[in-house]
Write a protein that binds this ligand. Structure first.
Ligand SMILES: [Zn+2]
Length: 442
C-alpha cells in the first residue's frame, strides 16, 4: 500500500471537520493540546507549511531514506484500554501512525480539534489520513503503551503533576540546563529502555512540558552491542521496539526537548553503547574516521526528521583532533571548554561554522539511585561557586519513582513526589530562581 505524504518534515495545518464533543480527552492541559505543535498560531498567513519556531525542527539536510515499499508495510493490533478493536497501528519506517477515520470510528467520544498542527509527517491515502502517534497525543490527548506481545494499548492521557513555582525572592530569574542522557534503542535488554521505561521517560517529558521552557535529549543514534549481535540504526532497522523508541523521541520533542547528538555509537570495539567511549585517544581514530562518524550521526538524525547542531562526546572524552573537527562541524559542544580557565561557564569560540559554544554541566549528574543528597549538594555548590546550573540525568533512575495507572480508557501519569529525582532537581532550581530552558544562542 502506497501512501502519499502530505507534509515534508514540516508541520501542517490539519483542518479536521470533526465535531468536538469530548472534553474528557483533552481534560489534561486543554489549552496546550489545542495549540499547534509549533508557531502556526503566530503565523496565520501561512497555509500549508507552518513556519517553525526558530531553533525548532527545521528542514533536515536530507530526505528520509524510506522507499515507498518501506512505508506502511507493517501494522499492529490496537486495543482501547484492554479491549481489542478494529483499529491498527501503521508503521512508516519506525514512526507509528494511527488512521484518523479509524480512531474516530472506534473512539467516537474522542474527537479531534477543528484545526491543529502536526509536527511529524502526515500521510493520506484513499481519503484516509494517517497521523503519527506522537501527534495523536497533541490532537486527541491519546497516549499509547507498547506491550511485549506487540499490541498497542491506547488511552486518553491524564496527568497529575505538582506545580513547581519558581522563587522570585532568589533574585533574577534564570535558566538551568537539563539534559536527559544516553537515550538509545537498547532493545530493552538491560532494563534502561524497556517498553515500560520508555513510557516513563515520556511521562517525564509530559511533566517537563508543564514546568520547563525546554530541555535537551542526548541521543545515541546507533545502538551497538557486539556480544548480543546488535547494531541498530532506527532510520533503517524497522521493528516494533524501535517504533516505541522513536515515539518517545517524538513525544519528548513535542514537549520542548531538543536533540543532542551523543556520539554515533558511544562505544568502541566490543563495548556496549552508552558504556564505552568513542573518540578517546585509545580509540585511535583517524580524522577521516571521526568525520565519517559525525556524518553518519547527522545523517541518521536527518533521516528521522530530527535536527541537531549540538554534539556531546561520550564520557566527555576526545582527542585534540576530534575536538577541532567537532568545532568545525557543530555550533554547540555540550561540555566544559577545555581551554577556559573558568570552570562551569558557557564559553564562545570562533570555529569552522562561526561561533562555537561550550556548555558545561558543573552539577554533573545523578550517580545512582542513592544520590539524591549528592545531586542536591552539587546544585548548591555550583550556585555558591557562581557557575551555571546545568546537569544531566538518566531517566531510567526515575522509572520506579513515577506512577502509571490505567483505569478503563484513561491512563493517568504521576510522580512519586518524595522520591522523584527530576522533581527534586527542578524544585532545587526553582528555589534558586531558575527553571530548565534552552540556550539563548541556540
Ligand atoms: Zn553517555
Amino acid at each position: 500500500m502506497k501512501k502519499k505524504k502530505i507534509t515534508q518534515w514540516m508541520a501542517l495545518l490539519l483542518a479536521l471537520a470533526l465535531a468536538c464533543g469530548c472534553t474528557a480527552c483533552r481534560a489534561d492541559e486543554p489549552a496546550q493540546q489545542l495549540e499547534p505543535a509549533n508557531s502556526a498560531a503566530e503565523d496565520p498567513g501561512e497555509t500549508a507549511a507552518v513556519k517553525p519556531v526558530p531553533g525548532e525542527i527545521t528542514a533536515p539536510e536530507s530526505e528520509p531514506d524510506y522507499t515507498a515499499e518501506d512505508l506502511f508495510q507493517a501494522s499492529y493490533p490496537v486495543r482501547f484500554g484492554y479491549a481489542p478493536s478494529e483499529a491498527k497501528l501503521y508503521m512508516a519506517g519506525n514512526r507509528a501512525y494511527l488512521c484518523l477515520e479509524e480512531i474516530e470510528e472506534t473512539f467516537p467520544e474522542c474527537a479531534a480539534p477543528a484545526e491543529a498542527a502536526c509536527r511529524w509527517p502526515v500521510y493520506e491515502d484513499d481519503g484516509k489520513t494517517y497521523v503519527s502517534l506522537a501527534d495523536a497525543d497533541v490532537l486527541w490527548g491519546l497516549c499509547a503503551f507498547f506491550r511485549d506481545d506487540k499490541e498497542i494499548e491506547l488511552y486518553r492521557r491524564a496527568t497529575e503533576f505538582p506545580e513547581v513555582p519558581v522563587s522570585q525572592a532568589a533574585g533574577s530569574e534564570g535558566t538551568a540546563y537539563l539534559r536527559l542522557e544516553d537515550i538509545c534503542a537498547d532493545q530493552g535488554a538491560d532494563g534502561g529502555f524497556t517498553h515500560g521505561a520508555l513510557e516513563r521517560t515520556r511521562l517525564e517529558g509530559w511533566f517537563l512540558k508543564t514546568c520547563a521552557e525546554g530541555f535537551y535529549i542526548a541521543w545515541i543514534p546507533r545502538y551497538v552491542d557486539p556480544a548480543r549481535g546488535l547494531d541498530v540504526d532506527v532510520s533503517r532497522d524497522f521493528s516494533f521496539y524501535n517504533a516505541d523508541l522513536v515515539y518517545t523521541l517524538d513525544v519528548l520533542q513535542n514537549c520542548g526537548g531538543r536533540i543532542v547528538l551523543h556520539g554515533l555509537t558511544h562505544q568502541t570495539g566490543g563495548e556496549v553503547s552508552a558504556d564505552g567511549t568513542e573518540f578517546a585517544k585509545e580509540c585511535r581514530l583517524s580524522a577521516e574516521q571521526i568525520t565519517a562518524k559525525f556524518d553518519e550521526a547527522v545523517m541518521i538524525c536527518s533521516a528521522m526528521g530530527y535536527y541537531s547542531d549540538i554534539f556531546e562526546f561520550p564520557h566527555y572524552d576526545y582527542t585534540p583532533a576530534a575536538l577541532s573537527l567537532a568545532e568545525a562541524r557543530f555550533s554547540v559542544i555540550y561540555q566544559q571548554d577545555p581551554t577556559s580557565r573558568r570552570l562551569g561557564q558557557i564559553e564562545a569560540h570562533q570555529g569552522g561554522k562561526g561561533t562555537v559554544y561550550y556548555v558545561p554541566t558543573p552539577a554533573d549528574y545523578v550517580y545512582s539511585a542513592y544520590d539524591m543528597d549528592g545531586i542536591l549538594e552539587r546544585i548548591r555548590k555550583a550556585e555558591a561557586a557562581g557557575q551555571i546550573q546545568s546537569l544531566f540525568f538518566h531517566t531510567y533512575l526515575d522509572a520506579d519513582r513515577t506512577i502509571v495507572r490505567a483505569d478503563g480508557l484513561q491512563r493517568t501519569y504521576r510522580l512519586d513526589e518524595n522520591r522523584n529525582f527530576l522533581l527534586r532537581i527542578l524544585r532545587a532550581w526553582a528555589s534558586l530562581g531558575c527553571r530548565p530552558g534552552l540556550f539563548d544562542f541556540d
